[in-house]
Structure formats: C-alpha cells, structure tokens
Design a protein around this ligand. Structure first.
Ligand code: 5GP
Ligand code: ZN
Length: 136
C-alpha cells in the first residue's frame, strides 16, 4: 500500500536515502531535511496514509509509542530540554506532504524556535455549543 508519487513512501521504503534513526517493520524514523532544531525527526509509516484521519487505530497507537521512544533517546543522546510533537492534517492545518508523519522536535533552552498560535475568545454560549457538538 504505497503511492508511487509520494516522496515519503520512497523514503520510508528506503528507495530514497535518508538519515534513518530508528526502523521497525511498519515505520521508519528519519531526520527532517529542514529541521526546526537539532535532531528534528519524522515518524513515517511504511504504508501510505494521507494523514491522521486516514491512519488505522493500531498504527496511531504504534506511532505514539515510537514518538515516546524517540523523545527519550533525544533527551539521552542530545541532551534536549523539552520535546514538541507536531502533526499537521490537511492544507488548512499546514500539512505540506500528504503522507502521515509525526514531527518529534527536540527543544533547547533559548533555541529561539516558536510553535505558536494566537489565543482566541469565544463566548460562554459558543463554548457550550462547541462542547455539546464534540461530546461523545
Ligand atoms: P508538514 O508541513 O507536512 O507537517 O511537514 C513536512 C515536513 O517534511 C517538513 O518539515 C519538511 O522539512 C519535511 N520534508 C519535506 N521533504 C523532505 C524530504 O525529502 N526528506 C526529509 N527527510 N524531510 C522532508
Ligand atoms: Zn506515501
């Protein structure tokens, strides 16, 4: 289950060289080619899934376990002070490569990177309505 036009399928399959830092039967973890910080990595499933909305539950669970292991090894080997997990889904959310990937970004005191949003305000009624819609 790969997409022959997808660069991350080729990287995950090892057809395009990458700096692989971890590999399992179902995933390859590589360094991002344009890293936000020293050690910025991407968790890539070897099968093609467009994004989280398309990812089977079991693969989502495994991706998070890999993220934890990768984060621990970044702390140990790079001495980072924190970790961000970032995962973009669809263009509106900043996704640029349409093959599921989970960013694991080591953070360092004073690394001068920012992963930001601007807090917005909603009325009490709007917040109640949103919560009602989302409740399961
Ligand atoms: P997105 O914005 O879709 O969440 O992130 C895509 C990420 O893929 C970016 O951080 C970008 O630097 C990275 N990227 C794009 N092309 C390549 C590539 O060919 N190799 C690697 N290792 N990373 C890539
Ligand atoms: Zn793909």
């Amino acid at each position: 289950m790969t997409d022959c036009n997808c660069i991350f399928c080729k990287i995950a399959a090892g057809e395009i060289p990458s700096r692989t830092i971890r590999e399992t039967e179902e995933f390859r973890v590589v360094l991002d080619v344009a890293p936000a910080t020293k050690g910025h990595a991407l968790i890539l499933p070897k099968n093609h899934y467009r994004n989280l909305l398309d990812l089977p539950q079991e693969m989502a669970q495994k991706a998070m376990v890999l993220a934890k292991e990768t984060a621990l090894s970044m702390k140990e080997s790079l001495g980072c002070d924190g970790i961000n997990l970032v995962q973009n889904n669809e263009e509106a959310a900043g996704q640029t490569v349409f093959h599921f990937h989970l960013h694991v970004i080591p953070r360092y005191e004073k690394d001068e990177q920012k992963i930001v949003w601007t807090p917005r305000e909603f009325s009490r009624e709007e917040m109640d309505e949103i919560a009602d819609k989302l409740k399961r």
